[in-house]
Ligand binder design. Structure first.
Ligand SMILES: Nc1ncnc2c1ncn2[C@@H]1O[C@H](COP(=O)(O)OP(=O)(O)OP(=O)(O)O)[C@@H](O)[C@H]1O
Length: 255
């Protein structure tokens, strides 16, 4: 049995113009674990997450998920690079801050779009899977609703089900509750907790410290484009670094 981590990132760098946002990120994520990325606004958390499925193209560094890997520092002809990126993207499903559902499609049609149109899966089996996923996120019976007929929390749960419908090896969640009204946050966090308990590999950018404490096997604290501290959930209660301590006390005081 392989003991390699499912995800391996080495030397990840990214600048937007003069703004050096990622300054050499190394991380690993074991299969079946939950990793949370925390840190101040602008520290690069979202850019790390988006680099994992190449929604941002890193300037340098290697990203490997399972057996798909891209070395962004190495020149490759356009066709080879396209193929490498396609293979890497296929390993992950993304959940955005605002769910990005198709407004003119029903919940079920939203869930079938990726599996049927992109992955060319059989409609009947994809539909059966989609119904099971809706049940899992507590939305059985809402197949025919349109996004506008759902609450923000329900829409985000559809967003999670849609990511799972792609049968990814890892689910990437970018501040999945920060666009929600406070009373809707709990139902979405509960679904994510369930996924972690079921053994999904998760990487979550979040400001929800208590949630991170509950689910995280690994905590990565970013500051100014580097990982300033890493460890288990104890990082959230007993950080070694002063900047982690200051960040946590600010967030906990605000929440
Ligand atoms: N597409 C882009 N073009 C230019 N600058 C960008 C782009 N995306 C991000 N940045 C900049 O990169 C820096 C890091 O952004 P990022 O979104 O990764 O931080 P973050 O830690 O996720 O912050 P937040 O908690 O506020 O979402 C910020 O200075 C941001 O303005």
């Amino acid at each position: 049995m392989s003991t390699d981590p499912l995800i391996e990132v080495r030397g990840l760098r990214k600048a937007f113009g003069d703004n050096e946002v990622l300054r050499g990120i190394d991380l690993t994520v074991p299969e079946g674990s939950a990793t949370t990325l925390l840190g101040p606004s602008g520290s690069g958390k979202t850019t790390v997450l988006r680099s994992l499925n190449v929604l941002e193209t890193p300037d340098a560094g290697v990203v490997r998920i399972g057996d798909a890997s891209v070395d962004f520092g190495e020149r490759a002809d356009a066709r080879t690079r396209r193929e490498e990126v396609r293979a890497l993207r296929a390993r992950s499903g993304m959940v955005f801050q605002s769910h990005h559902l198709f407004p003119h499609k029903t919940v079920l049609q939203n869930l079938l779009e990726g599996p049927v149109q992109v992955q060319r899966r059989d409609v009947d089996s994809a539909t059966a899977d989609a119904r099971a996923l809706l049940e899992q996120v507590g939305l059985a019976g809402r197949e025919d609703a349109y996004p506008a007929q759902l609450s923000g929390g329900q829409q985000q749960r559809v967003g999670i089900a849609r990511a799972l419908a792609l049968k990814p090896q890892v689910v990437l969640l970018d501040e999945p509750t920060s666009a929600l009204d406070p009373e809707l946050v709990g139902e979405v966090l509960a679904v994510i907790r369930d996924l972690a308990a079921q053994g999904w590999t998760l990487v979550v950018v979040t400001h929800e410290i208590r949630f991170a404490r509950d689910v995280a096997d690994q905590v990565l604290f970013l500051d100014q484009g580097v990982i300033a501290e890493r460890g288990g959930p104890e990082v959230l209660t007993d950080p070694r670094e002063e900047r982690t301590r200051q960040f946590l006390s600010r967030v906990l005081a605000a929440g």
